[in-house]
Design a protein around this ligand. Structure first.
Ligand SMILES: Cc1ncc(COP(=O)(O)O)c(C=O)c1O
Length: 390
């Protein structure tokens, strides 16, 4: 047995010391932060009381900054009102209404707790609507069986899933046509390291319609970040179903599966339900988050700060081309490509030692709490760390 009651050190894989710093074990003696005490705005304090400027931002689940006062106030009111009860809360339909007003292709929606659950629900609804089983997917869609390979996943389940290559127009057209009338659904992440091309999005839309399959946009990372309505809003392509999560409740656990009413009607023919899907704290947090997004041009701020960061990363790439081999992502979610795993590890550790949590892989996220000065200081620290590695 390992030294921890939580095997693997933590229940969220991307927060492991290995994932963040390439450290097999948590190592506070080496100055690495391992567990946090608290967070506020874009800052985090670890168990040793050290302060960090953060770009992990709860893996993209926080876009307004940690502990945003309006979100906290709304959550506090929901706590005082009892959290959960025997009847669906008024908040459920009210939030659905507000989301449908701002994201018109969400004609109807259901709430769940995790992104993985919500994407699985979209796939289930597509199978119900089409009476078919095959799935083509592109990107990461959570840990559940339908999209995963490896140990513990039944081969028969895995056999129903195939990968669609991102931005590859020819392969996408071919795979959708080949799967044809066995294809229930195409699920894509609309941004995977680079932006989608217009042509790829159009082929996805046309070819799924042509074979009668459902097109799902997994907007877990992109909704409430690229735009309130995510990539579909930014690039002007309508999916049949969309899945939202992460930033939608600014760190409180909530996900949404929604879209065409005729597809959502499938909930009457299958079973999609969870005891705490209707607890009201996360619903209240999401309602407050929507309000802040609507009134403060949050996406404009994320784009401006992200662009400042991205331009700086490109400058660092040119200046330190021996250690930095490229820049990945877009303004709102970006990272550096490094010449080796060891270099990426040393950079992440060097940054942490200087009070910066900067991911060495996809993605770093800015928030409403990141300002120009913070981004400029971040770039200075990165410059310093890269110079020292050279
Ligand atoms: C695009 C995408 N889909 C689905 C998921 C799974 O969401 P969750 O971890 O909330 O289950 C993630 C999580 O990172 C994601 O980025």
């Amino acid at each position: 047995m390992s030294d921890w009651r939580v095997p693997g050190f933590t229940s969220t894989g991307s927060k492991r010391p290995d994932a963040l710093f390439g450290a097999a074990l948590p190592d506070e003696d080496a100055g690495l932060p391992t567990r946090m005490e608290r967070a506020a705005g874009c800052r985090v304090w670890d168990t040793q009381g050290r302060e960090y400027v953060d770009y992990v931002m709860a893996l993209g689940a926080v876009a307004l900054g940690y502990g945003h006062p309006e979100v906290n106030r709304a959550a506090g009111r929901a706590i005082a009102a009892g959290v959960a009860g025997p009847l669906p809360p008024v908040l459920e339909e009210a939030l659905a209404d507000e989301l449908a007003m701002r994201i018109p292709w969400l004609e109807q929606m259901r709430f769940l707790k995790t992104g993985a659950e919500a994407v699985a629900a979209a796939v289930r609804l597509a199978r119900v609507a089409t009476g078919r089983e095959r799935v083509l997917g592109c990107g990461y869609h959570g840990w559940l069986d339908w999209s995963q390979g490896g140990e513990g996943v039944p081969a028969a389940t895995r056999a129903l899933y195939a990968e669609l290559p991102f931005n590859d127009v020819e392969a996408t057209r071919r795979l959708i046509r080949e799967t044809g009338d066995r294809l229930a659904v195409v699920v894509i992440e609309p941004v995977v390291v680079v932006e989608p091309t217009r042509e790829w999005l159009e082929v996805l839309r046309q070819e799924t319609t042509r074979v009668g399959a459902v097109l799902v946009f997994d907007e877990i990372k992109t909704a409430f970040r690229l735009a309130i309505g995510g990539a579909a809003e930014r690039y002007g392509v309508r999916p049949d179903l969309a899945v939202l999560g992460k930033a939608i409740a600014n760190g409180f656990p909530l996900a949404v599966v929604g879209g065409r009413a005729d597809l959502m009607a499938g909930v009457a023919r299958t079973w999609i339900s969870s005891t705490l899907a209707t607890e009201s704290v996360a619903l209240a947090a999401a309602q407050a988050t929507v309000e802040v997004f609507a009134h403060e041009d949050v996406c404009g701020h994320l784009h401006r700060m992200g662009t400042r960061l991205l331009h700086g990363l490109h400058r660092l790439h040119h200046k330190h081309a021996d250690v930095v081999t490229g820049v990945g992502g877009i303004a709102e979610m970006c990272f550096l490509h490094f010449a080796s795993e060891n270099i990426s590890r040393d950079v992440a550790r060097g940054c942490a030692a200087r009070g910066l949590l900067f991911k060495r892989t996809a993605y770093n996220f800015v928030s409403l709490a990141h300002d120009e000065e913070t981004v400029d200081k971040t770039l200075d620290i990165l410059e310093d760390v890269l110079g020292a590695i050279r």
